[in-house]
Design a protein around this ligand. Structure first.
Ligand SMILES: Cc1cc2nc3c(=O)[nH]c(=O)nc-3n(C[C@H](O)[C@H](O)[C@H](O)COP(=O)(O)OP(=O)(O)OC[C@H]3O[C@@H](n4cnc5c(N)ncnc54)[C@H](O)[C@@H]3O)c2cc1C
Length: 491
């Protein structure tokens, strides 16, 4: 797959041999163009396996073929040399020390959803997907999770207690990656980001030690864990959140023919501007290469009559082809919102929009999406706009490492394809995405969402972290002086 090649940065070593920058280290290539990594002996692998409460999975073992794959198959190769399927925090410490002492690249994976394949490595994959306990404590009003707990598991644990945190909409995204890069969902304008509710975390740092982080213990690291991005400072082994009471919601799920896109999106923007924080909105326009649709989805913590009043001007703009506006419990609504892109290949670019979008922006989106070239992936390509603000914007910009507090929209542009698509189709999808990005970027800020990492982003330090970057670098130097946690966009 050409993507495997383009994601590496080929360089020449001082001696003139071909090399590749892997995880920040220059690694020589062998005659077949594969990175020449340290090769631990079979004895060393056996010793690691014996030491684990969980299990070591190596090429040829049952489950290797499944466990090695990231969500975005674009980054499936090269495969890891081994996978530690961690069962305990001690496993995380052992795996980390074992790889570090052999100078083997490593990566942590909780849910494996990194858009840019940052939870992949040709070295040792430290897989936390099997650590997924979730406990809710009514007395303290807290939720304590293992790093690999998925959105579905978190909602299932919270439901009997009728409390919530702001979690995401993909059933299988794991809490560690979600929280470390911010984390938003349909409750975020009311409850803040996932990371805003974090009260404490346990993390195994590069020295193999466990550190507890909170406002009073390791406060710098605690600040960094709230938005400083996954994979940068160590491996998080536990997260504790403050929960909030919930109530019933009214949900809306609307779709229109694409010709109404600019007018409908402008009306939705007006609705959100005037609405209380209790309202969420994801509006978007997508195409499968044949037909395009404009959609709006969200919920209001409140009665359905209030939602109907808010939506009135939008519905007056154009009659939806599909319309659902209904009162639901919070738990029914989250089931309705659950959505997962097909596990395959995709590219995403993101930008935060800090001023209301003018008509010209909606025109550009409509024209761009209408040009989508198509692929075999039923998700196709499109633009999604997530209403920002509310409780997200009330957190001071320097209170956490998540700096995108003044946005009105988070914009995401995506293109998807499959392994059966031709190189030409892949190229056309990527070219389409780049051109669309050029056309809509003038309407957005230079900030991008660190949980939608994008390898094509040049100034990613400023885009993801803005004014937080110098402090993040200082914390990184303190907890990971040798760059054990390294990947193409590592702090
Ligand atoms: C289908 C889909 C839907 C999505 N929907 C939303 C959404 O609604 N809202 C939203 O905010 N985001 C959403 N995202 C983005 C998502 O938040 C990020 O991809 C997130 O980083 C995924 O976390 P993960 O643990 O599943 O992924 P992983 O790939 O396992 O991890 C992501 C990054 O964190 C690192 N990491 C993983 N575990 C740990 C750990 N325990 N300690 C330290 N570092 C770790 C990895 O090395 C990697 O760099 C979505 C992504 C997908 C693919």
């Amino acid at each position: 797959m050409p993507d495997t090649i383009t994601r590496r940065r080929f360089v020449r070593t001082a001696a003139g041999a071909a090399g590749v920058l892997l995880g920040g280290r220059l690694v020589e290539l062998d005659a077949l163009g594969r990175p020449r990594l340290p090769q631990p002996s079979e004895r060393a692998w056996r010793a690691l396996a014996r030491d684990l409460d969980g299990r070591l999975v190596r090429p040829g073992d049952r489950d290797f073929a499944r466990l090695r794959l990231p969500w975005n198959r674009r980054y499936a190769d090269p495969p890891p040399m081994g996978i530690v399927r961690c069962a305990t925090e001690r496993d995380v410490q052992r795996a980390l020390r074992w790889a570090r002492d052999r100078r083997l690249p490593l990566a942590a994976r909780s849910g494996g959803h990194s858009y840019a394949g940052f939870s992949t490595t040709p070295g040792l994959l430290i897989d936390l997907g099997g650590m997924h306990r979730v406990d809710v404590d009514d007395a303290t009003g807290t939720l304590t999770c293992d790093p690999g707990a998925r959105n579905t598991m978190i909602y299932a644990a919270l439901q009997p207690h009728e409390v919530g945190i702001s979690a995401g909409r993909c059933p299988t995204v794991a809490v560690a990656g979600l929280t470390l890069g911010g984390g938003f969902g349909f409750s975020s304008r009311r409850l803040g980001l996932t990371c805003d509710a974090l009260e404490a975390a346990r993390i195994v740092t590069a020295d193999g030690e466990v550190r507890t982080c909170s406002a009073t213990e390791n406060p710098d690291l605690f600040w960094a864990l709230r938005g400083g991005g996954g994979g940068n400072f160590g491996i998080v082994t536990q997260l504790r959140f403050r929960t909030s009471p919930l109530g019933d919601v009214a949900l809306y799920d609307l779709a229109w023919d694409a010709r109404h896109a600019p007018a409908v999106m402008a009306a939705l923007q007006e609705m959100v501007r005037a609405a209380p924080d209790r309202l969420s909105c994801r509006m978007g326009m997508g195409s499968d290469g044949r037909a395009a649709t404009v959609t709006a989805l969200g919920q209001l913590f409140g009665p359905v009559e209030e939602l109907r009043t808010l939506l009135e001007p939008v519905l007056a703009t154009a009659r939806p082809a599909r319309q659902l506006i209904a009162q639901r419990t919070f738990w029914q609504a989250k089931e309705h919102f659950f959505h997962s892109t097909p596990v395959d290949r995709f590219a995403v670019r993101s930008a935060f929009v800090t001023e209301p979008l003018p008509e010209a922006a909606f025109d550009a989106i409509a024209r761009g999406v209408a040009r989508y070239p198509g692929s075999r992936n039923r998700d196709g390509g499109g633009v999604a706009l997530f209403a920002w603000g509310g409780a997200i914007g009330r957190v001071p910009v320097d209170a956490t490492a998540f700096v995108h507090r003044d946005a009105v929209w988070l914009m995401a542009l995506d293109a998807s394809w499959t392994g059966r698509d031709t190189r030409r189709t892949v190229r056309r999808n990527l070219d389409w995405l780049a051109r669309l990005d050029d056309e809509v970027r003038p309407f957005a800020s230079s900030q991008a969402y660190q949980n939608f990492p994008d390898r094509s982003l040049k100034d990613w330090r400023t885009a993801y972290y803005g004014t937080a970057y110098p402090r993040l670098r200082a914390i990184k130097r303190a907890v990971d002086p040798d760059g054990v946690f390294a990947f193409p966009q590592a702090v």
